[in-house]
Design a protein around this ligand. Structure first.
Ligand SMILES: NC(=O)C1=CN([C@@H]2O[C@H](COP(=O)(O)OP(=O)(O)OC[C@H]3O[C@@H](n4cnc5c(N)ncnc54)[C@H](OP(=O)(O)O)[C@@H]3O)[C@@H](O)[C@H]2O)C=CC1
Ligand SMILES: CC(=O)C(=O)O
Ligand SMILES: [Mg+2]
Length: 753
């Protein structure tokens, strides 16, 4: 089993903070003035009500119906955990809702209905139909799910889609097409054994038969073994349709010589002996969640030639319906579809299979920290593949239009694909890319402030997330005590605590420090105090001597003070090329602000250096830099002595032959706003700036903190650039996540160093 990268406690904390659950509602219209109120509510709201009453299709124009999907469950088959009831299914349903949003920008609300009665369930869903553009049914057990879905499809005029049936079937079909491609077998010829004759199993086999698998070659099993013609125990009409004319009675017998095993049953249902008995190049999709029928390690141990997939994200080949439902609904909603039909599902499966066979672009490799190429360990696209959003929905929408379920046609497909690209928040891929690179770097990170509970939690998270080893500077008993107070007593044994008393290198550190500081007024006594007692200096000395790959500090003391201490060990001052760059992420935009750490009042030469470092950090994040020197004046107006250096900084860069776009000076609303830039057609920026070089550290600090406090922006940094070792200085208000993000940045830099 792959080692989980989180603990039970991590999972509970994730669901509890920053607020209980996983999503909230935000308004998309201004709700500030009396006028706003009169328009949003009575009396203005009466107008769209009357229009919709007369022309119901305009609900797609005047309400959020057209981009709103309900995820509805009664909790009778929650993942593979069984009948946990409506309430306990809510975390899964909230999860599906946020996946809709994250992957396809579909707004979604989870609804848990407390009934196992199919009539009551259907009534409730049917009555809420007007609110939604589509209904995603989830984790409802078989056979009720078949009755419920069929009835709702007949009674409702929007797509009703049982994800566990069709979402799973589509992804399974896509993966199987490619797995067979690799093993050189044809779907018409292969012997398929499917374990789990429920919602997912019945739908998977139905779709595969529609795509060419032969009934006589397919054997379905459930808890009672093989479903054979004539069996009477544990049967229903949906199972009967797949009953095989066979003398085989057990899963073990059925697996002997089979080409394909598909599992949508329960943890551990398959043994190594069963896998061993399969035909050459066997395909094994162990899709039960959260734990598969057999793990890839177990399967590969007995069959090196097996192509193995699971439903989990921590193994290669994740065959999970998350690859389907967001994009199926995106395509369906965009044509105001009445249904999601078979043609749309098959189009989705084929588009997914085709995407996996294409060369994987660098941005995906960057996000995963490894080059992926079509083969046994990559038969299906990964969920974070940014191409999914603009490749799958068009295929689905096209199929819907061709088969007559569209209320609205998409005339310009190219424009539609562009619009789909614009739906994705670039900040997510930047963070993912950093995480993947940090994981690949496996850097040993020094957390200097082991007396701070946030830092300790971050160190544990860094290590448990698989980024590398965390070294914590502090006293062992104090670290253990603080972790216990945080409810993480077990983590004390995982972390290595380093201090002046237990390091064998203290004398080396002191000698090094003395050489650097002896002519700066510090004597041996001062050196002993600094190296032995100051954790910022001690951690810096560890880093300088290669006893760690990067360092995180600054969560407990003001950054200016921390920088003074770090400068005892490193040359990280204004004249050493050091620059602090803060990354501001908000509303799908990423803007870098510099210098937020080192230069108090930079002159034009310094500003040009800062621009160069800012551009480099932008490139490291995967952004093509567009640098603006910002001020309160734009291209010389209003005239001000304070703005002159910003104007001159651009001229300094003119003489340096740099390879990035820059311009200035300009006000922030010109720098960041394409419309604002139209008034300056001579500007050399080809779009809104993404690196802002500000006049001084106070304006940098004010801008960043204002964004953080007022707008709730995510801030990473300041990233200390221009110093040869990765050092990150957090802020005293950093959260655990902020500190982990800083460690991730440092780890990415460590790999390059
Ligand atoms: N990877 C993915 O994307 C998805 C995975 N799944 C997983 O598939 C599994 C089933 O889900 P779903 O179809 O919704 O659930 P259902 O409750 O509708 O069906 C479960 C089926 O599995 C059978 N079953 C249970 N345990 C065993 C066992 N040990 N051996 C053989 N058969 C068994 C049941 O048999 P019986 O009829 O005899 O009771 C039943 O037919 C879950 O683990 C779920 O997480 C589901 C959807 C998507
Ligand atoms: C993935 C999913 O929908 C399930 O396991 O139920
Ligand atoms: Mg499910």
């Amino acid at each position: 089993m792959a080692k989980p990268r989180f603990t039970r406690e991590d999972a509970l904390n994730f669901h509890e903070a920053p607020s209980p659950g996983k999503w909230e509602v935000t308004a998309t219209v201004p709700m500030t003035t009396q006028r706003d109120l009169s328009l949003a509510y009575s009396p203005g709201v009466a107008i769209p009500c009357e229009v919709i009453a007369e022309h119901p299709e305009t609900a797609y124009d005047y309400t959020n119906k057209g981009n709103l999907v309900a995820v509805i469950s009664n909790g009778t088959a929650v993942l593979g955990l069984g009948n946990l009831g409506a309430l306990a299914s809510k975390p899964v349903m909230e999860g599906k809702s946020v996946l809709f949003k994250r992957f396809a920008d579909v707004n979604s609300i989870d609804i848990e209905l407390d009934t196992e009665d199919a009539d009551a369930f259907c009534n409730a869903v049917r009555l809420m139909g007007p609110s939604f553009g589509g209904i995603n049914l989830e984790d409802i057990k078989a056979p009720e799910c078949f009755i419920i879905e069929q009835r709702l499809k007949e009674e409702m005029d929007i797509p009703v889609f049982h994800d566990d049936q069709h979402g799973t079937a589509v992804i399974c079909a896509a993966g199987l097409l490619n797995a067979l491609h690799i093993s050189g077998k044809k779907i018409e010829d292969v012997r398929i054994v499917l374990n789990g004759a429920g919602a997912a199993g019945i739908a998977c086999l139905e779709l595969l038969k529609a795509m060419g698998a032969r009934h006589d070659n397919c054997i379905m099993c459930d808890t009672k073994g093989v479903i054979w013609q004539g069996r009477t125990i544990g049967m229903n009409q949906w199972k009967s349709a797949h009953a095989a004319n066979t003398s085989l009675r057990t899963l073990e017998e059925a697996m002997d010589g089979a080409d394909v095993f598909l599992g949508v049953s329960a943890k551990g249902a398959v043994t190594q002996a069963m896998v061993k008995s399969m035909a050459p190049n066997p395909v094994i999709f162990a899709m039960a969640n959260p734990d598969p029928e057999i793990t890839p390690e177990e399967a590969h141990e007995v069959r090196e030639d097996a192509i193995v997939a699971t439903g989990r994200s921590d193994y290669p080949n994740q065959v999970n319906n998350v690859l389907g439902f967001p994009y199926l609904f995106r395509g369906a909603l965009d044509i105001h579809a009445r249904a999601i039909n078979d043609a749309m599902k098959i189009a989705c499966a084929e588009a997914l299979a085709e995407l996996a066979r294409e060369e994987v672009p660098d941005e995906v490799a960057l996000a995963y920290g490894q080059k992926l190429s079509f083969g046994r360990d990559y038969i299906i696209p990964t969920p974070f593949d940014p191409r999914l959003i603009h490749r799958i929905p068009p295929a689905v929408a096209r199929a819907g239009m061709e088969t007559g379920v569209a209320r609205r046609e998409i005339a310009d497909m190219e424009q539609y694909e562009q619009a789909l690209k614009g739906r994705m928040d670039p900040t997510a891929s930047v963070l993912r890319g950093l995480n993947a690179r940090a994981r690949a770097a496996q850097a040993t990170m020094i957390f200097a402030e082991g007396d701070d509970p946030r830092v300790l939690r971050a160190a544990v998270q860094y290590q448990r997330s698989g980024f590398g080893k965390a070294l914590v500077v502090g006293r062992s008993d104090d670290v253990a005590e603080k972790l216990a107070a945080e409810g993480m007593a077990d983590a004390a044994a995982e972390l290595e605590v380093v201090n002046a008393a237990n390091t064998p290198h203290l004398d080396t550190y002191k000698a090094f420090l003395y050489r650097r500081l002896q002519r700066k007024g510090l004597d041996q006594h001062d050196i002993h105090r600094l190296a032995g007692r100051d954790r910022h200096v001690f951690a810096s000395l560890m880093l300088a001597h290669g006893h760690g790959d990067g360092m995180i500090t600054g969560a407990t003391r003001k950054s200016a003070h921390v920088m003074e201490l770090v400068n005892h060990v490193f040359d990280a001052g204004p004249h050493d090329g050091a620059v602090g760059v803060s990354v501001v992420m908000h509303n799908g935009r990423i803007v870098l602000i510099a210098d937020t750490l080192v230069h108090e009042w930079p002159d034009e030469e310094d500003l040009a250096d800062i621009a160069t470092q800012g551009a480099q950090v932008a490139r490291e994040l995967g952004l093509e830099p567009r640098v603006a020197f910002v001020s309160f004046s734009t291209f010389g107006y209003p005239v001000s002595e304070r703005a002159t250096k910003m104007h001159r900084a651009a001229e300094v860069l003119d003489g340096r032959n740099v390879d990035f776009e820059y311009e200035g000076e300009m006000a922030v609303d010109v720098a960041l706003n394409a419309k604002g830039q139209e008034n300056y057609p001579f500007s050399r920026l080809t779009g809104p700036a993404n690196v802002l070089v500000v006049p001084a550290r106070h304006s940098a600090s004010i801008s960043v903190k204002l964004m953080q406090e007022m707008a709730g922006a995510t801030i990473i940094g300041p990233i200390l650039s221009g110093v040869d070792k990765p050092i990150q200085i957090c802020s005293t208000v950093s959260t655990v996540n902020d500190i982990v993000n800083m460690a991730v940045m440092a780890a990415c830099k460590a790999r390059r160093a």
